[in-house]
Design a protein around this ligand. Sequence first.
Ligand SMILES: O=C(O)[C@H](O)[C@@H](O)[C@H](O)[C@H](O)COP(=O)(O)O
Length: 247
Amino acid sequence: MSSSRQICVFPSPAELALSLSQLLVHESQGTCSFRLALSGGSLVQLLSRELPKTAGLNTAGWKVAFCDERLVPFSDPESTYGEYKRQLVPHGLLSESQFVTIDPALPVEEAAVDYTKKLRELFPDDGLPAFDLLILGIGPDGHTASLFPGHPLLQVTDKVVAPISDSPKPPPQRITLTLPVINAAKTVVFVATGEGKATILKRILQEEESDPLPAARVSPVRGKLLWFVDEPAARELTCPVEKHSVL
Ligand SMILES: O=C(O)[C@H](O)[C@@H](O)[C@H](O)[C@H](O)COP(=O)(O)O
């Protein structure tokens, strides 16, 4: 478990989204290059509602990649990039060229290799890509990105991006950042809302299991780990948390 873990509890998803947007302003200000990786699921709506109205946000130097992506055409409602594009590009907040996207026409193994090359261009130095900020979600099974409990991908240490073709959460074919890349990030923020996440959140944050859930394996090597959760998701937690109210 990370020693610098910070658990921030918000009364509602709206307050959480406001704080997350302020974190993005804070982390990206004063840098000419800000490399961010986003997740799909409910995070898309949460960010898309809040970011366009966030004061002080300068996205000019942003490059936006994905913690995982579903191998479907961008026009498919299941495409994570497709959803962000539909929500954020019309506002002029980000342009299409700022996103680092998969090639959904490739077979899944080749899509992972192709995405690795694109990330290597984004991080020209040797070694593991170290994103400035990663935003992750969690599933009710404890998965994060497309790393699922008990799946062999949890053991992968020699790849930046891995393919998965048997994802228990549809669609089955996806690509995902591997754990070493997630743990190389400078800041990792988990976002979890709703009482459907309460039980798994307690397991992830409070129980030291011999075979930890994927989300419990996230512990940035040199970076910081933040949890942004709402009150229903935090309901079962008995560990120290910070209560925030920003509205
Ligand atoms: O492709 C995906 O589905 C996501 O990237 C996935 O990892 C998501 O972040 C979690 O499943 C949480 O999803 P919710 O926020 O919708 O519960």
